[in-house]
Write a protein that binds this ligand. Sequence first.
Ligand SMILES: Cc1cc2nc3c(=O)[nH]c(=O)nc-3n(C[C@H](O)[C@H](O)[C@H](O)COP(=O)(O)OP(=O)(O)OC[C@H]3O[C@@H](n4cnc5c(N)ncnc54)[C@H](O)[C@@H]3O)c2cc1C
Length: 393
Amino acid sequence: MPETADIIIVGGGVMGASIAWHLAQRQAGRIVLLEREALGGGSTGRSVASIDGLTFQPHAVELFARSAAFFRQGDALLDAPCGFVQTGLVVLAGVAQEAGLVTAVAHMQTAGVNIQLLTPAELAVLEPEMVLDGITAASFAPQAGYADPVLTTQAFAEAARRLGVIVQQGRAVTGLLRKGERILGVATAVGPITAPVVIVAAGAWSGPLLRTANIRLDLQPVRHPVVCLRRPSTFGPAHHSLLDLILGIYARPEIGGLTLLGSINPQIGYDPLDPDDGPGYVPDDYLLWTMERLTQRYPSLAHGELLTGWAGIMTISPDWQPVIGGWPDVVGLYCATGFSGQGFQISPAVGEFLAALVTGDSAPQLHPFSPTRLTAGQLLQTKQAAETYGLLG
Ligand SMILES: Cc1cc2nc3c(=O)[nH]c(=O)nc-3n(C[C@H](O)[C@H](O)[C@H](O)COP(=O)(O)OP(=O)(O)OC[C@H]3O[C@@H](n4cnc5c(N)ncnc54)[C@H](O)[C@@H]3O)c2cc1C
C-alpha cells in the first residue's frame, strides 16, 4: 500500500514549518512535512533573521506588517521560544531614496506598524555614535528586531506536530508525481507518497524540484556572506538595527556585544552559485567593502574586533519578490519560494495566507506574488522600489 496524505509539504525551513502549522490550525487533513536533512538546515539556519516590519514593495505591506506583529507574540502563539529580540530599526535615506522612504513609512503606518520619520536632531539622540553625512531622511521603528531562525522553525514544526502533522526529517523528495493537469504526490527513495496537494517550499532547490513536474521558474540561488564584528567596549550601548540605503549596508546588534553586517547592494555579496556546492565563506573583498561603509557611518567601530562570519544561500526571483501560489494548469501544486533575502520575516503571514489559499479560501494578499507572473511578464519591479532600495537596480 502506498503512503498517502491530504497535503505534502516539501522542505522543512521556516517557510515549510510555518505553512504546516497554519494548515494544521485549519484542520486541513493528514499533513506530511518532508525535510531531506534537518529542520532549519537550509537558508533558514544561516539567516540574519532581521524582522524589519518595513518593505518598499506596496503589495507586500500586509505580509510584513502581519508577520512583525506575529513575531512579537510568537512564543505564546507557538508555546515555544522563537528568540525574538527587540532592537528597533533605523533606516537612512539620501536624496535618491528619500521619497521612497517617506512613501514606505506611510504605507506601513496605515498597516498599523509603529514607525515614524525622524528629524536630524532626533536621529542624533537615538544614534550618538553615528555620522549623519548624506542623510536627508530617516525613519525609526521601535518594535523591529530579530529572532532565532532555527528556534522559530522548530517552534512552528513542534506546534504543527502537536496538531497531528507528520514531520519526517532525513527524507528527500526525489521528484514530483504529475499526471496531466493534476499533481498526484511525490517520489522518495523509500517509496512514493500520494496526495492531491503538494506544496514546494524547498528554498534554493525548489526550481530543480519543480522541473520534475515540467514547471520552470526562473530562480537564481546566490551566496550571501555575513560579517561579524565585536564592538569595542568604548562603544557604549548597542546601536539599533540599521538599513543604510545610502551606503548600501545593513547591520544589526547580536548578543555578546556583536554586530552582524552585510550588503543590500545587489552587485555586492549576491553571487550566483550551485546550491549543491554549499554556501562557501566570507570573501576578503566583501569584508573590506562592508567594513569600510560601516565605519564610515560609525567611525568608532573601526576599533572593533573582526570575527569569523558565515555565508548562506538566498533564492532570488527576477523581480526580487517572493513566488507564492499555484498554477492554473496543475491542480493541487503550490510553491512558496524565491524570497530574495526577506523570507524569514514574512514566514508567519506567508504560512497563514497560503494555508487559506490551499484550503479553498481567498488570499488576495498573495495574488501579486503568483508564480504565473514570472511567465506572464508581469514582474513586480517598480521604479520607486528600484531607486529606493537598490535591490532591483
Ligand atoms: C545569510 C542570509 C541572511 C538572511 N537574512 C535575512 C533577514 O535578515 N531577514 C529575512 O527576513 N530573511 C533573511 N534571509 C532570507 C531567509 O533566511 C530565507 O528567505 C528563508 O529562510 C527561506 O526559508 P525557506 O524555508 O523558504 O528555505 P530553506 O530554509 O532553504 O528551507 C528549504 C528546505 O528544503 C529542504 N529541501 C530541499 N530540497 C528538498 C527535497 N527534494 N526534499 C526534501 N527537502 C528538501 C532543504 O534541506 C531546506 O531545509 C537571509 C538569508 C541568508 C542566507
